[in-house]
Design a protein around this ligand. Sequence first.
Ligand code: C2E
Ligand code: CA
Ligand code: CA
Length: 518
Amino acid sequence: MTTRAPEPGDDRLSQLVELVVELASGDRGARMQPSPASDEIDAVIVGINMMAEELQALDADLEARVTERTLQLEQAQLQLERLALYDPLTGLANRTLLADRIGQAMARADRGAAPPAVLLLDLDGFKAVNDSFGHAVGDLLLMEVASRLRAVVRESDTVARLGGDEFALVVIDATNDQVLEMAERIRTALQAPAQLGDQVCWVSASIGVCFAVRGQQADALLRDADTAMYEAKGTTRGAVQIYETRMHTAALSRVRLADQLRGAIAGGQLRVHYQSIVDLQDGRTSGVEVLVRWQHPTRGLLLPAEFIGVAEDTGMIAALDRWVLDTALAQLAGWRATVLGDSAFTMHLNISPIELRSPRFADEVLGSLAHHGISPADLVLEVTETQMTGDDAQTLQALETLRRAGIAVAIDDFGTGYSSIGYVRQKFLDLVKIDRALVTGLDTDPQQHRVAAAILAIVDAFGLDAVAEGVETAAQAEELRGLGCRFGQGIYWCAPMSAAPMTMHLTAAAHATKRAAS
Ligand code: C2E
Ligand code: CA
Ligand code: CA
């Protein structure tokens, strides 16, 4: 076929060039009508039209894919935001979002709105639930708490989980009374038992409330609510406490005390005192309880009530108890070599239940006994009942290891907690220390007498021995002996004292025993 040049006046070629330019510049809908000539130029026109069609289809497909990818990206972005701003377990706001909401509320307050209030909540007994029923049940409990909180607050308020068992709320546009009513509603809502799988749990929360003042920073507000919550925890379970400035001072002094205590343990400011434990049948000193003191450089001799809590909160309790253990065992080795010989004598040490959960604890105690050449039978470890969660596996294992090695375990402050009988029934105890609240009034109040009698009968029924604490009068000692209590301890016989006077006390007691025997 020969190629015919376009007829003069035939502008198809220039139209074709224009078409290509249009297509190339993005107008994928441009087309050109072939002429009736149906020559080669028309063949090219048809070819280019077909390519344009193809291009248009490709474009549409690309566009659809871009739209889809954009959507996916947006969703990923949203999910990232959720992760960054919300707690994955409960779906509540997290600390970041909470701070943001507080910031917004404070900005509104600067423009004349009422400043917000922040409520900080910490569950009481959450650790016990986790330890006893496992983390899965613990998680269910947190979700349940989250949904109860959401049900109580208004749409405009933010509920957040700060981590662990700590929750926070920002309440806006509410009077102080309304905020406190909300705190009350939360308390009530949390009181109802929670059915978690096949477990039923009871929880409560300690609540700190802080009313913001204009110009306050979000973190300061949270810190103050936390301080109030800490104070609430110190009172009763499920208390509500409003922040006051003096609490800030108290919190600061706790921080200062913690710093000083760190130095005190290493710097030799701790002391131990000893208080004798007496066999009520023959009046013999059967052992001593070791009680720690802190010779503070400016505040004088501090009692444990002033610093054990701080030591526990900061984890320093392990170092403290270790120091007490070593010091006391060294002292016992000394007494064995001089006044005691091989007579029956036990040394009672207080240990924090936090320590029992440390896997190394039992080994360290046994190591220290071996180091000082003391028989495990000479040692009694006293654990406070109110803080012990009896069925936590680690605690039980530690107790078992210790007892298998021949160390006795006593439950301290018995009769003050609500699960007393439960502990006595479990087979990991040797001794029960009857709290002094049950001893006070024993000789004057008939009701108290009956309660003490009942408790001693239970202790006896489980084959355990009892030590009554805080015995202050001869009448109390006599009553206890009559009720079958085996041992007594208290200022009636001997106040806690340092090693030197205790050495004299033990020497005198040894002489008396010898005289009685000869
Ligand atoms: P606790 O184990 O119940 O110790 C008995 C407390 O009763 C001691 O208080 C003791 O001084 C006091 N006491 C003794 N006789 C009488 C009395 O006749 N009447 C009255 N009203 N009180 C009496 P302290 O020394 O202040 O110790 C307080 C608590 O601190 C102890 O209570 C114990 O739980 C804890 N603690 C003491 N030393 C240590 C330690 O080394 N480590 C740990 N983790 N805790 C310790
Ligand atoms: Ca004790
Ligand atoms: Ca006690």
